[in-house]
Write a protein that binds this ligand. Structure first.
Ligand SMILES: Cc1ncc(C[n+]2csc(CCOP(=O)(O)OP(=O)(O)O)c2C)c(N)n1
Length: 585
């Protein structure tokens, strides 16, 4: 070692050591991972590293946890898995993060380089498999390149439009020696990837002019506003120029919904006021959003009378779905800061009055017949009892849409949901990841009785780490969202959507006519070391939530809600605002 230092060359390290040093250099403090033979050299180093390591019970859980951590904190999420099945189990999580632009770095073990392509034990071509669902991926063949690759991976994941990056690391590369020094992500520069672009001041000036002359302008804000940390400047502009704001599902929290300018979210299950405003606005300013089909419905009739401006860091998304009159490629925050400087106060009495009337006439609502427990009521109470402070991680289905509708979204990074891929099984592990990132915060997972069963095994991780996590199951006995579509568009032909109304003992079930059978979630919670409670009486909702939110333990609350409630209003798929369904006959 002494002679090495004299000569000025860094000491020899294994690939595994380079990897750990690179992860630490990138500022990662929590890693989610699952071991196996082809990544064992890396795991060998974890106990002595300074990182907090979390062992989920399935690799899908590891990726969703890293994803929830990233969504709640704004930092990069990191996970490490083994080759073959370990790597393929990450696919859904990577695709989920990719669709929503979430920064992740996932490291997978791989069989030794000389065995690649030989159908070796636990070999899978994970770079091939994940190419379309990662922002970038690497198969590392030369250990000398590893420190640079690790730094590049973190750089690519976190810059431009964020996204997941995978590093596939063969076992022999983990064990090989190199003198290549650790590289910092901040020292990376890639010729073919230039995420920083200067603000196009001319285009911003045109937008400022368009805003000054527009009579009915509207902001349509997406997850990009949250990713860029642009929520405060968006709010400043909206208030200064009297521009109402609607958000996407991913953009919930980008603008406070208790502000009179908020129209809540738009699209298929969005507010009538938001969808009407899109139909009537004369200037639509899309910010960090991507004109998803669940937002636009029939694209040819989306914002039919508006001039459309689109601000986005991702050049490829501008003009992808429809023609844009005013494209502005750039960092959303930097563009908005520049725009703010060019605007003068403006009042728009008529437009705001019209919007206020739509809001008043069509707020999200539901019926509450005596003796029933509507799902919307439970979700509304979560917001009230937590005083709007909870970080909510949802699963996918009806409860997700009710959570979007009945929680008053006020803060960025407080609503974590799989928007683009719509991944059932996301909610619980994402909530756990969020709780690791924000230990001081109340984190509530809201899931359906279907989706919670997809990754229930992760509950034990929350118990093991003594997280104060709360899990709310909106138990309607059905795969509710699919049931709703079958009811509305398939003549009530219910196929494979009944999960069961009661958890019955096995012998009773054998005698019953119906096979559908739900597990006893209370017993399941207790088996995992959590508190489990079942709630059927509406009067019990608030006291139960109050007790749970005050308690430091993990709680699972099984709310037995009205079984055939629907999410309304609904713009039918591919439809327009005129076809909006307010209630079912
Ligand atoms: C992994 C996955 N499989 C299937 C679907 C299709 N899907 C969307 S919503 C839904 C039903 C969800 O049921 P549940 O979890 O009980 O929630 P609910 O709709 O009743 O609130 C299904 C099957 C999906 N989104 N993700």
């Amino acid at each position: 070692m002494k002679t090495e230092k004299k000569r000025g060359s860094p000491p020899e390290r294994t690939g595994a050591e380079c990897l750990i040093a690179g992860i630490e250099q990138a500022g990662v403090s929590v890693v989610f991972g699952y071991p196996g033979g082809m990544i064992i050299d890396v795991f060998n180093l974890l106990p002595a590293s300074g990182m907090h390591f979390v062992l989920p019970r399935h690799e899908q859980g590891a990726v969703h946890m890293a994803d929830g951590y990233a969504r709640a904190t704004g930092k990069v999420g990191c996970c490490i898995v083994t080759s073959g099945p370990g790597a393929t189990n990450t696919v859904t999580g990577l695709a989920t993060a990719y669709m929503d632009g979430i920064p992740l770095v996932c490291i997978s073990g791989q069989v030794p380089t000389d065995m690649i392509g030989s159908d070796a034990f636990q070999e899978a071509d994970i770079t091939g498999i994940t190419r379309p669902i990662t922002k970038h991926n690497y198969l590392v063949r030369n250990v000398d390149e590893l420190p640079r690759i690790v730094a590049e991976a973190f750089y690519i994941a976190t810059t431009g439009k964020p996204g997941p990056v995978l590093i596939d690391l063969p076992k022999d590369v983990q064990r090989a020696l190199t003198r290549a020094p650790t590289v910092s992500p901040s020292d990376i520069s890639i010729r073919s990837y230039q995420p920083d672009c200067p603000v196009d001041e001319e285009a911003v000036a045109q937008l400022a002019k368009a805003i000054q002359t527009a009579r009915r302008p509207l902001f349509y804000a997406g997850g990009g506003v949250i990713a860029a940390g642009a929520a405060p400047v968006l709010a400043e502009i909206a208030r200064l120029s009297s521009i109402p704001v609607t958000t996407t599902l991913m953009g919930l929290g980008a603008f406070p919904e208790d502000d009179p300018l908020s129209l809540q979210f738009l699209g298929m299950h969005g507010s009538v006021a938001a969808n009407r405003a899109v139909a009537h606005c004369d200037l639509l300013i899309a910010v960090g959003a991507r004109f998803d089909d669940r937002v636009t419905g029939k694209i040819s009739e989306f914002a039919p009378v508006a001039k459309i401006a689109h601000i986005d860091i991702d050049r490829s998304t501008i003009g992808k779905s429809l023609a844009i009159d005013l494209p502005i490629h750039g960092d959303v925050r930097a563009v908005l800061v520049s725009l703010r400087k060019r605007l003068h106060p403006k009042r728009r009495k008529e437009w705001l009055q019209e919007i206020a009337e739509w809001k008043k006439a069509h707020s999200f609502t539901y019926e509450h017949p005596e003796g029933t427990l509507p799902p919307q009521y439970v979700i509304e109470q979560i917001d009230k009892v937590s005083k709007g402070k909870a970080i909510i991680a949802t699963d996918v289905g009806q409860h997700q849409m009710w959570s979007a509708q009945f929680i008053k979204h006020r803060h960025p990074r407080h609503f974590l949901t799989s928007g683009g891929l719509g991944t059932m099984g996301f909610g619980l592990p994402a909530a756990i990841g969020a709780q690791f990132g924000r230990p001081e915060q109340l984190v509530v997972c809201i899931a359906g009785d279907g989706g919670i069963q997809m990754n229930f095994q992760e509950l034990v991780v929350a118990v093991e780490h003594q997280l104060p996590l709360k899990v709310v199951i909106i138990n309607n006995g059905h795969l509710g969202m699919v049931r709703q579509w079958q009811q509305m568009f398939y003549n009530r032909n219910y196929s494979a959507v009944v999960l069961g109304q009661r958890n019955r003992p096995c012998n009773e079930r054998m005698e019953g006519a119906c096979d559908a059978y739900l597990p006893d979630f209370v017993a399941l919670a207790e088996a995992h070391g959590a508190v489990g409670v079942r709630i059927e009486d509406p009067a019990e909702v608030v006291p139960t939530l109050e007790r749970a939110f005050k308690c430091p333990r993990v709680w699972v609350m099984d709310f037995r809600v009205t079984p055939e409630e629907n999410v309304l209003p609904m713009v039918p798929p591919g439809g327009t605002v005129e076809q909006i369904i307010h209630r079912l006959a």
